[in-house]
Design a protein around this ligand. Structure first.
Ligand SMILES: N=c1c2ncn([C@@H]3O[C@H](COP(=O)(O)OP(=O)(O)OP(=O)(O)O)[C@@H](O)[C@H]3O)c2ncn1[C@@H]1O[C@H](COP(=O)(O)O)[C@@H](O)[C@H]1O
Length: 95
């Protein structure tokens, strides 16, 4: 599996949890509350990434970065954005 695949796979799982909610799923429970719950988590994780980077805490920075990416994906999914839209935006910015 390439690095890109893991991001795509994660996005697909999150979309699936939105479209076919599971009782035991944290992702489904976040999405069932609309965009506010995932947005709140996104803000928290951004702060935790900032603190870890500021403190030069490598392990924590990696851990919190994964949390941040996951919660960003949940927010984008809650707003029906396709991952491909973000990829295309990044591709347009290439020099
Ligand atoms: N990548 C993630 C992922 N990253 C973080 N989290 C959850 O996000 C929450 C983070 O919130 P908090 O920071 O408040 O929780 P915490 O207990 O302090 O945890 P940490 O800060 O130590 O991570 C935790 O409950 C994590 O389990 C995630 N939950 C799910 N996924 C992915 O989503 C898929 C579907 O998972 P379900 O939600 O179980 O359906 C999984 O297979 C994973 O690939």
């Amino acid at each position: 599996m390439t690095d890109t695949d893991i991001f795509e796979e994660l996005y697909e799982v999150i979309e699936d949890r939105r479209d076919a909610p599971r009782e035991d799923s944290y992702t489904s429970s976040l999405l069932e509350e609309g965009v506010d719950a995932p947005l709140e988590k996104l803000g928290e994780e951004a702060t935790e990434v900032t603190l870890a980077a500021k403190n030069d805490d490598t392990d924590e920075l990696v851990h919190e970065s994964a949390d941040l990416i996951y919660h960003l994906y949940v927010v984008l999914t809650a707003r029906d954005i396709e991952l491909e839209e973000v990829v295309e935006e990044l591709e347009e910015r290439r020099g």
